[in-house]
Design a protein around this ligand. Structure first.
Ligand SMILES: Cc1cc2nc3c(=O)[nH]c(=O)nc-3n(C[C@H](O)[C@H](O)[C@H](O)COP(=O)(O)OP(=O)(O)OC[C@H]3O[C@@H](n4cnc5c(N)ncnc54)[C@H](O)[C@@H]3O)c2cc1C
Length: 376
């Protein structure tokens, strides 16, 4: 049988990792994106669970694994009635709890791997149209046929919008996630999460002297005030003596779960399919599990000599991944709502959180879920 072709549209983490993972199989891969972009680099940072990191290790060179900052512990703090108190920690004494890397670095590692793989063809161009009826991508009046296409072009693309339609489960928090790299002169090696009254703030070190900060707050605040408030909070509660915020960027937060993820031989993946609250740093971990499952299903098809095109493969994929992703996303919403300050809830919250750290069994379950997912 002629080698089957998978076209991957998008040069974000989803598109790049899909190309790397599927590039290991007996397939021809074509990836489309703006690979020469110098403007607007992705300043976000990704915290990967140990299971996600192990999946990545299969594809990356040993020297690159050293670029990930390993952490054994995360401390959680909560603000109630103007006071910020430690209430819980998660730790993994024997193994690491998470691995942190800047998106720019992770993208570079993945792109280098793609360039080394002769089965992957790179098209440095943005796609304008995808015709699912004829299973082809329209590029400068040229048709590129595929057996399967993955649309990994994020949540803002018109192509994604027209593809997934209007059926979705969504929740608009009216919030925005501010993120910035912070330089300092102290030594901070472990991540921390602060549930401030205004919203959750994550501190994710990438080395001893720099950490990435993500603060999700109401859209009402202006950037100047946000910058000042972040600096004050870092000094007062995180005990950073002289924090230097580099470029501050913002990402609107929305919980979005599209119902239609596939049409004919095209599958929407990544943030175009669903986006979850960044509070627990789970977004890309969920996507990575999707990629792992897709790779395994295609591998199975290939080993049986079956076609991907017009098969049940994409439906099978959606059936196996959709329930977990939806459950995960909704659980994050619940956690977020619980911590959002509310004077009526405060006495109850205080009581619940007083003893939360003692429930080792619950902590173990939470750790397992954030590492491998709900159903593993
Ligand atoms: C502040 C913040 C912090 C986060 N932290 C974490 C974390 O710690 N851990 C975690 O697991 N997740 C985290 N996430 C989530 C994670 O960043 C996203 O899930 C992930 O980056 C999504 O990648 P993507 O490739 O699906 O989408 P995108 O990053 O949006 O990439 C889509 C790409 O497609 C390209 N594209 C668009 N249209 C076309 C076209 N027509 N043709 C070709 N290319 C096109 C775009 O240029 C873009 O590069 C965080 C998110 C935010 C907002």
């Amino acid at each position: 049988m002629k080698k089957q072709k998978v076209c991957i549209v998008g040069d974000g983490l989803t598109g790049l990792l899909s190309a790397v993972a599927l590039g290991e199989l007996d397939l021809n891969i074509e990836i489309f994106g703006n690979f020469t972009k110098i403007k607007d680099p992705d300043i976000r940072t990704t915290a990967l669970s140990p299971a996600s990191f192990n999946f990545l290790l299969k594809f990356i060179e040993k020297k690159h694994s050293k670029l990930f900052w390993p952490c054994k512990k995360i401390d959680l703090f909560n603000e109630i009635d103007g006071k910020v108190n430690f209430f819980m920690d998660f730790k993994n004494n024997r193994n690491n709890l998470m691995y942190i890397i800047q998106n720019i670095q992770l993208k570079k590692i993945l792109l280098d791997r793609i360039k080394q793989n002769k089965k992957i063809k790179i098209f440095n161009t943005r796609i304008k149209k995808i015709d699912e009826k004829s299973s082809s991508i329209i590029l400068n009046n040229k048709k590129i046929n595929f057996d399967c296409a993955l649309l990994c072009i994020g949540r803002n693309s018109n192509i994604t919008q027209s593809f997934v339609g209007k059926r979705k489960i969504s929740d608009n928090f009216n919030e925005i996630a501010y993120t910035s790299m912070v330089r300092h002169n102290d030594i901070i090696t472990q991540p921390k999460q602060y549930f401030f009254q205004e919203g959750p703030m994550a501190i994710l070190p990438i080395n001893k002297k720099e950490f990435s900060l993500v603060w999700s707050i109401s859209k009402k605040n202006d950037v100047k005030t946000v910058k000042k408030t972040i600096t004050n909070k870092l000094v007062k509660y995180v005990f950073v003596k002289n924090p230097k915020l580099l470029k501050l960027e913002s990402f609107p937060i929305i919980f979005n779960f599209n119902s239609n993820l596939s049409r004919k031989n095209v599958l929407v993946m990544g943030e175009g399919a669903y986006s979850v609250h960044p509070l627990a740093g789970q977004g890309f971990n969920l996507i990575l599990r999707d990629i792992k499952e897709l790779q395994s299903l295609i591998k199975n098809n290939l080993s049986l000599g079956l076609q991907i095109k017009d098969s049940f493969l994409l439906k099978k994929f959606i059936k196996s991944r959709k329930p977990e992703n939806l459950l995960f996303g909704m659980s994050l919403n619940l956690v977020h709502k619980f911590f959002k300050s509310n004077n009526i809830m405060n006495p109850m919250k205080k009581r619940i959180m007083k003893d939360l750290n003692k429930f080792e069994f619950l902590k173990k379950i939470s750790l397992n879920i954030s590492n491998k997912g709900i159903f593993s």
